[in-house]
Design a protein around this ligand. Structure first.
Ligand code: ATR
Length: 278
């Protein structure tokens, strides 16, 4: 039986077992996807020994993504750029390989939600709010997808500056106070901060200056309808919620481990939404 895992500390909150369990059942695969709680000090040894436990790979979550980046034998080019690993597998030569599927997950979600021509419709311009790990993955994804101009605005500007190095010709920073002036030239607005998340502060940004063709995406998914997305919809703009990224980032790992490319279907979405609200 093929076995994969999600490893983190703590790990009880992870929805990944539900997602992969849904796909295993859907495809009638006799496999297992297990939740593993491994403390940071035990993680390097875990990386070296999990194969002996019969696992072909797995997902890595907080707080191990950087340790996984440092501990694998090989990195995919996107993991290299993002500086963190969320998916582990063994390559054809048996080398422990680290991938990061957040970037393609975010892009696949946009493609599915907005239609494949969203880059052209958005005029190739994006404004990313936040500059943490998620923002880095999203900027890498947007660059790979061909977005020609990306502005990054962050409370701590120095963190935004670090993202410019990904492609100085296409990525620039913006002061938070300059956001209103940047909105008329923004085709895609993405919130990667924790603002809008249940229990966190609100993201107060007047969306009025955005063009009528703009799309607004949030990576927050608790609640599913953030105040930012509600404001976008009220303005008649396309709004993309954060749950899709969580679902789509799981696809490449499942395909690697179990040999079938799974689909992100309304049934899967409904199942995770029911868990989130239950
Ligand atoms: P993740 O990996 O999810 O991106 P992170 O690295 O902790 O998490 O990044 C969180 C992001 O939310 C950062 O951009 C952070 O801004 P700072 O770099 O200035 O810390 C942003 N953020 C969190 N709370 C915020 C707040 N109250 N106001 C503005 N930005 C906030």
């Amino acid at each position: 039986m093929t076995k994969a895992f999600v490893v983190g500390h703590p790990i009880a909150h992870s929805r990944s077992p539900l997602i992969h369990g849904h796909w295993l059942a859907e495809h009638g695969i006799e496999g297992a996807y297990e939740r593993l709680d491994v403390a940071p000090e035990a993680f390097p040894a875990f990386l070296r020994t999990f194969r002996d436990g019969g696992f072909v790979g797995g997902n890595v979550t907080i707080p191990h993504k950087e340790a996984a980046f440092a501990g694998v034998d090989v990195l995919t080019s996107r993991a290299q750029k993002i500086g963190a690993v969320n998916t582990l597998f063994f390559d054809a030569d048996g080398r422990l390989t680290g991938d990061n599927t957040d970037a393609p997950g975010f892009i696949a979600h946009l493609d599915q939600s907005l239609g494949a021509d969203w880059v052209e419709r958005s005029g190739g311009t994006a404004l990313v709010l936040g500059a943490g790990g998620a923002a880095r993955a999203i900027v890498v994804g947007l660059l790979a997808r061909g977005v020609s101009r990306i502005h990054v605005a962050n409370r701590t500007r120095a963190r935004a500056e670090a993202l410019v190095a990904l492609d100085p010709d296409r990525v620039a920073t913006l002061d938070w106070t300059d956001l209103p002036a940047a909105l008329p030239g923004t085709g895609l607005l993405v919130n990667t901060t924790s603002l809008g998340m249940a229990g966190h502060g609100a993201l107060t940004l007047d969306l009025t200056p955005l063009p009528a063709t703009a799309c607004v995406a949030d990576i927050v998914y608790v609640p599913l309808e953030t105040p930012l997305l509600a404001a976008a919809r009220a303005r008649g703009l396309a709004a993309v919620d954060g749950l899709g990224m969580l679902l789509h980032q799981a696809v490449p790992g499942f395909e690697r481990w179990f040999g079938v490319r799974p689909a992100v279907t309304p049934a899967l979405r409904d199942r995770i939404v029911a868990d989130l609200v239950g």
